[in-house]
Design a protein around this ligand. Structure first.
Ligand SMILES: [Zn+2]
Length: 170
């Protein structure tokens, strides 16, 4: 069953990610109705989690050496602030630029998220749009009220593209 607060799919009595309890409801009640009934509990728990949520992206760099070998290095970069400061409308941008992969419309990236004090970091692979006309791009993140996120890219001229929405935890 899907956690009503963080969206994690699980079969425990309490969500393994955010510890929100599973609520027993009759089978003919829809998720929307359950959400409505428990609105204040869900909201209260979400508000408690937000300051503890940290998200970031894993960046890969490939170096080709003189002898033809390739080494891969990866770096975890955190988005600044916590879940409390990531908005749905206005993306939170990383304070650096990234090379555009100009021959592709989408690239795969790894996003990680953790709730300090609740559960260790979890990562997942997501698809991020590219803006081919721009050599460099900014990367940002948005988050909605159901703890779903979307990764945004912004070109040098200010064009913005957004990924689809993904649950922060699965
Ligand atoms: Zn949860």
């Amino acid at each position: 069953m899907k956690c009503l607060v963080c969206g994690t799919d699980h079969s425990d009595t309490r969500c393994p990610v955010c510890l929100f309890p599973v609520v027993a409801v009759p089978g003919d009640v829809s998720e929307q109705e359950v959400r409505q009934m428990l609105r204040s509990k869900i909201e209260e728990h979400r508000k408690k989690l937000l300051p503890n949520i940290k998200t970031g992206i894993v960046l890969y760099q490939y170096d080709v050496h003189a002898d033809g070998t390739v080494t891969e290095t990866s770096e975890r970069v955190f988005f600044e602030g916590s879940g409390s400061s990531i908005r749905r409308q206005e993306p939170m941008w990383l304070n650096r630029k990234f090379d555009t992969v100009s021959d592709r419309d989408m690239v795969e990236a790894e996003i990680f998220a953790e709730i300090s004090g609740y559960s260790p970091a979890r990562s997942q692979s997501v698809r991020i749009p590219q803006i081919a006309s721009s050599q460099e791009q900014n990367i940002g993140i948005r988050m909605d009220d159901e703890l779903r996120f979307s990764i945004c890219v912004r070109s040098e001229t200010g064009t913005v593209r957004m990924s689809e929405w993904y649950p922060l935890f699965r």
